[in-house]
Design a protein around this ligand. Sequence first.
Ligand code: ACO
Length: 335
Amino acid sequence: MKLMEQIWKMAQNNIQRIVLPEGEEERTLLACEKIKENALAEVILIGNKERIISKAEKLNANITDIRIIDPNKSDKIDSYVNEFYELRKSKGMTLEKAAVIVRDPMYFATMMLKLNDADGMVSGAIHTTGDLLRPGLQIIKNAPGVSVVSSFFIMLIPKCDYGQGGVLVFSDCAVNPNPNAEQLASIAIATAETAKNLCEIEVPRIALLSFSTMGSADHELVEKVRKATEIAKKARPDLKIDGELQLDAAIDQKVADQKAPGSEVAGKANVLIFPDLQSGNIGYKLVQRFARAEAIGPVCQGFAKPINDLSRGCSSDDIVNVVAVTSVQAQKIKK
Ligand code: ACO
C-alpha cells in the first residue's frame, strides 16, 4: 500500500478534531468536502459563518454538518482570552491586548488546541509559515524532552532507488533558520522518530549533510555538523546516525564505499538532515521540481500538540493530506 493511503487508513481508524483557521479560503472549503466524504477527520472551520456558507455554495462544496466557529460570536472567547493572558503576561501581555490578539483566527484556533477543543491544527494556504508558527511556539510550545520545534517533508520520488524505494524524509526545511549543533542533533533525533512512527521506515538511517564527508574539508560550518553528529550519536546510540556526509555519499553506495567505507548510514540514508534552513528549503524544492517528486509537508514535529503548515501554493488535495497526517500525529501524541 502506498504511504499516503496508509496514513489515510490510520486517520480513518480514529477520527480526530482538526481546526482550520483559514475557514473562508476556497481550497480549504474544497478540502473540507473531501475530508468529510472520506471520513478522515472532524474538521472545524474558523471564520464568519455567512461568508463561509456563501463561498461554499459558489464553489459547490458540500460543507453541511461541518462546525463553523466565529471568534467574535464564540461563547469561549473570554476563557481563551484569560488563558492567553495568563500564558503570556510574563512577556508583557495585557488583558486588553489579549482580547484583540485572540480574536485573530490563527490565535483563536491555537487556543482551541491548547484548551482541548481541538486535537490538531492546519493552516498556511494564505498565511506565512511564521504567522502559523508564532502562536504555536508561544502557546503550545515544545513537547517535553524536545529542545526545538522543527519540520520535515516526506519526499515521494518516482522511479528512484534511493532511500526506502524512493521514500525519504528531509528535515529541517521550514522552521529553524540556523540551528546550533545541539539543536541540529535534536532535529536529527526527532526526524528519526518521525520516520519510524509516521513514514513506516523500519530502520531510519540518518545522514547529517554537509559539503564535507568524514573530514574531507575543514570549516566552522562543517564543524557544526560534526559536533551535532557526535551529540546525536551519544544521546541515541540505538539509532543509525552518521555525518558529516555529502549528499552523494549519503545516498549512493558506490560513492559511500569510496568516501565513507564502513558507515552503516552512508549509501543507504533514508533520512536527510540539512545543516540550515537555506540548504534545507532549497534542497527539497530542487528534488520536488527536478525529480517531479511529491513533497508532503512541511509537517511540524516537536510541538506538544500537532500544528501543521501548508505551502501558499498548495492544492485542496495537499490540504486533505496534511489534515490526515495531522490526525495521525494527534493519535500518536494521545497514546
Ligand atoms: N522551537 C521551539 N521554540 C521556538 C523555536 C523553535 N524552533 N523558535 C522560536 N521559539 C520560541 C521562542 O523561544 C519564543 O518563545 P517565548 O516568546 O515564549 O519566549 C517564541 O518561540 C517566539 O520566538 P521568536 O524568536 O520571537 O520568534 P520569531 O519571530 O523568530 O519566529 C519562527 C520564530 C517563526 C519559527 C522564525 O524562526 C521563522 O520565521 N522561521 C522560518 C519560517 C520560514 O519562513 N520558513 C520557510 C518557508 S516554508 C516553505 O517553504 C515550505
